[in-house]
Design a protein around this ligand. Structure first.
Ligand code: SF4
Length: 688
């Protein structure tokens, strides 16, 4: 059986001197794809790991995986972006972002497994990739355009202004290059051009790569866009097996609109939330209640299609935080317009979703406003209207009014205003680690918060969270029985993950510090690094740890991941081997952060996590007196001493030095990373 999944070359681009190089992908196949390869390239080609994210030497990689472009379910169209970030605080760690759509597939059809960009252009450029031919194009005429306008202009330039119902020639011969497809473009908007730390990348309508500030980094590189179009294909080792997997997965674990295994109890937003666990198409768009025709859509090759398109053309494809971004306005049309403006300007919704309410709190406290300590002439009295958010977003993109400070992100703006210490201590600014907005409660859902703190960013991996938190929450909120008991839940998770011990999913006061929890946290990091970030299985779809569509509630994980990998690449690996590959990738990252200045002393949460108790019910499985139930976990804080002890045991589990958190020679040697240990030693940062 042939090895498949790769098209064989990674495009390396030096923007400073406008040169390119083709790196054989085979040199990096041991890292899988996506984050694994992007990180390994960074290790090899950025000798000084301590540079700032804005430094031209920072290398930003846009990587695909063997699965991309193959039809592998919910793994065909995602792209992983890596490089030193500019969003985190206090240090911009080496980090990652990810966006969906079709860009990664199109890049492979154009002949490349990834694009790694280093240097900076002295004038605005965009990169044009057409069937293996790469050109640097003048972006002067695109500078200032928003993300949607930019893509439309590039489509016209590349295709010769063809009507998109027609064929056009992407290549020189009719048979090798005719297509009706539009180029896939990832680009930045005005916020990225202004090098704001909360600028995102945007592709097609609503596929954003927000975290890390990669939009601002591309702005610093004077790189407006990368466009790719190809009419080639991706070798797949066993296409018939892959097709069988697709059909079977859809049949067994997908949502059957004609005969759903679980009836939706409601219409409107309740339906959207219920769909999280039924896999109902369109569930991730939180504007189900928009009073206009709409239909589900998804990233290329997805078996869930969680997004929505609306007749108005507004907010198309936007999911999760974008959908909630302007919920402050009760008017759906205003919400959709605000989301669309956010996309067009290229601003990361997640830095602002609570950021704008934080600013509004400062206004209500008399700290922010005209002539106040933080001067702003924006119409704060009109907060919750479209008119207000329109002005705030433009102020950020243009660097006017309070936007001049907010271009550094909300966290750094708070630092500049002298508010940071007080507001993260009280939780008014609820950013538990590295300046990232709180996503799920860090005092409770600790596989998320511990993983984020021991890593580089808010982890944003939902495969566990859909079950342990959302399932009991949504069913309770809608007044229907949980799909299965807490006891069954933890059995399913223990088995599917391979952790084996149901106590890994005990979120009680004791459970969050216990050894089984640490094993679950470690599993989460290793699974995430390999399957989600390097194989590019979408985190909204994978892992499938449980199911409401099967009799025994067993999900598709880990059987389907392994089968997909084999069908695409032709290589047999065990699930345990895949987790070990994830551990290797995670440990190389740990070494990079160590070189950047990471130390145990920095891995502490913001004050409010330890000092301010939770007040709202937060559903999670808990074990009390030997019995499992879904607890509501009120009045919870993290205990500093217990967390420090937990940290020590986690470091030991991962093979890191317990006094510093730095990787050790023994731990790295076990993973075949002796050269990494040598580099740490040379820099006086090898754990003992
Ligand atoms: S689940 Fe949603 S975000 Fe993930 S690949 Fe499918 S459509 Fe894209």
């Amino acid at each position: 059986m042939a090895t498949g999944g790769y098209v064989g070359k990674i495009l390396y681009v030096n923007l400073t001197d406008k040169t390119t190089e083709e790196i054989p992908t085979s040199q990096y196949e041991e890292w899988g794809g996506g984050y694994g390869i992007g990180q390994a390239l960074f290790w090899d080609r950025v000798p000084d790991k301590t540079i700032d994210g804005f430094d031209p030497a920072n290398m930003v990689s846009f990587m695909t995986s063997p699965m991309c472009g193959t039809g592998a379910p919910s793994a065909t169209g995602r792209t992983e972006v890596t490089g030193i970030g500019i969003q985190q605080y206090p240090i911009g760690w080496f980090t990652r972002s990810n966006f969906g759509g079709r860009w990664s597939a199109m890049l492979k059809y154009a002949g490349y497994d990834g694009v790694a960009v280093q240097g900076a252009s002295d004038t605005p450029v965009w990169i044009n990739i057409v069937n293996g031919k790469v050109t640097f194009e003048d972006a002067t005429g695109l500078w200032g355009l928003d993300t949607h306008e930019t893509q439309e202009e590039i489509w016209k330039i590349v295709t010769g202004n063809v009507d998109f119902r027609d064929w056009w020639d992407a290549d020189s011969t009719r048979d090798s290059g005719r297509t009706t497809a539009k180029p896939a473009v990832v680009c930045i908007g005005p916020a990225g051009e202004a090098q704001t730390r909360n600028a995102c990348l945007l592709h097609d309508s609503g596929n954003g790569g927000g975290q890390g500030g990669f939009g601002g980094i591309l702005g610093a590189k004077n790189l407006k866009a990368i466009s790719c179009i190809g009419t080639g294909s991706v070798p797949v080792a066993d296409p018939a097996a892959l097709m069988d997997i697709r059909l079977e997965l859809k049949e067994v674990h997908g949502y059957n609109v004609d005969d759903p295994k679980v009836e939706q109890p409601l219409t409107g937003q309740g339906t959207s939330l219920f769909g999280i666990n039924t896999n109902q198409p369109g569930y991730a768009h939180l504007l189900w209640t928009a009073n206009q025709p709409a239909r589900p859509q998804g990233c290329m090759g997805c078996f869930k299609n969680c997004r929505m398109n609306f007749a108005s053309g507004l907010a198309n494809g936007d999911i999760c935080v974008e959908g909630l971004f302007w919920a402050a306005s009760g008017d759906l049309n205003e919400q959709m317009a605000a989301i669309t403006l956010l996309d067009r300007l290229g601003i990361n919704a997640y830095d602002l979703i609570n950021g704008h309410s934080y600013l509004h709190s400062l206004y209500k406290m008399g700290i922010l406003g005209p002539g106040k300590e933080i001067h702003s002439e924006l119409p704060w009295e009109e907060y919750a209207t479209y008119g207000f958010i329109e002005k705030l977003l433009h102020a950020i993109a243009d660097g006017t009014d309070i936007g001049a400070d907010l271009q550094d992100g909300v966290t750094r703006a708070a630092v500049k205003w002298g508010r940071y210490e007080e507001d993260i201590a009280s939780g008014l600014l609820n950013r538990p680690q590295w300046g990232f907005q709180e996503h799920y409660d860090p005092r409770l859902e600790v596989e998320w918060s511990y993983g984020s703190l021991f890593g580089d960013r808010d982890i944003n991996e939902h495969g566990v969270n859909w079950w342990v938190h959302w399932m009991p929450l949504v069913t309770a909120a809608l007044g229907v029985p949980a799909h299965f008991s807490a006891e069954r839940m933890v059995e399913l998770l223990a088995e599917a993950t391979g952790v084996g011990d149901p106590d890994g999913w005990d979120y009680s006061e004791e459970g969050i510090y216990a050894d089984p929890k640490l094993k679950a946290v470690a599993w989460h990091r290793h699974y995430g690094r390999f399957w989600l970030q390097s194989m590019l299985l979408c985190d909204w779809a994978w892992p499938q740890l449980a199911s409401v569509n099967t009799e025994d509630n067993k999900g598709a994980t880990p059987e389907y991941e392994i089968r997909m990998y084999k069908a695409v690449t032709g290589k047999d690996i065990t699930y345990e081997e895949s987790l070990e590959m994830g551990r290797r990738i995670w440990n190389l990252g740990r070494a990079i952060w160590t070189l950047q200045g990471r130390h145990r002393d920095m891995e502490v949460f913001s004050g409010y996590v330890y000092d301010v108790p939770t007040t709202a019910p937060y559903f999670l499985p808990v074990k009390e007196n030997g019995e499992w139930k879904y607890g509501i976990c009120l009045d919870r804080t993290l205990d500093r001493e217990k967390f420090e002890d937990t940290k020590t045991r986690f470091y030991a589990l991962e093979g890191w030095a317990t006094d510093s958190g730095w990787p050790t020679r023994a731990g790295l040697g076990e993973l075949g990373l002796d050269h990494v240990a040598d580099e740490l030693e040379k820099n006086g940062k090898l754990g003992a």
